[in-house]
Design a protein around this ligand. Structure first.
Ligand code: HEC
Length: 146
């Protein structure tokens, strides 16, 4: 159910961003801004992870925020922005299905992490946090210029 709602949201969002009045340069700025905000969330979550504060309200809030930012970042990878200078490799568009799947997985892992945190399930939250970091890293290895 949640999955359907998320992908519907993505579809709607994607059609807004590819509207004619949005310049491809703006899509690049849009996604890069979302990624920078993601880094901010991690800077808050990392020390909480070290002190195992998984059930804190702030942890769930940051996890939810990461999930929403994942959807925003995804929106910015429009067809039109393909040839605009950025750190996104052309592989993003050449292997579109895999890239979209990775973004979707990131959105789901972080949403599940927020749920696990709210439920007070520390072990699951910790595992999902590790998967989140892995998801950032492995996507950058494949799709981002160093
Ligand atoms: C599914 C792929 C994917 C995932 C998941 C992902 N990233 Fe990225 N990230 C990218 C790509 C591609 C770029 C390059 C975007 C560009 O230059 O337009 C990028 C760029 C960035 C940037 C640089 C933004 C800038 O100022 O130009 C930061 C910071 C960043 N990501 C942080 C993160 C963090 C933190 C996570 C995990 C919490 C994450 N990313 C998850 C693909 C991903």
């Amino acid at each position: 159910m949640k999955k359907t709602v998320l992908s519907l949201g993505l579809l709607l969002a994607a059609s807004f961003v590819s509207a004619d009045n949005i310049r491809p340069e703006s899509s690049v700025e849009y996604r890069q801004s979302a990624f920078r905000l993601m880094e901010f969330q991690l800077n808050v979550l990392n020390p909480m992870h070290r002190s195992q504060a998984y059930s804190e309200e702030a942890f769930a809030y940051r996890a939810d925020t990461l999930s929403r930012l994942g959807a925003l970042a995804h929106e910015g990878f429009t067809e039109e922005s393909r040839n605009i200078d950025s750190r996104a490799l052309s592989r993003v568009w050449d292997s579109r299905e895999d890239f979209d799947q990775r973004m979707q997985t990131f959105i789901e892992i972080t949403a599940n992490m927020a749920e696990a945190s709210k439920a007070g399930n520390n072990r699951e939250t910790r595992d999902l946090f590790r998967q989140t970091l892995q998801s950032c890293r492995s996507c950058h290895d494949q799709y981002r210029l160093d």
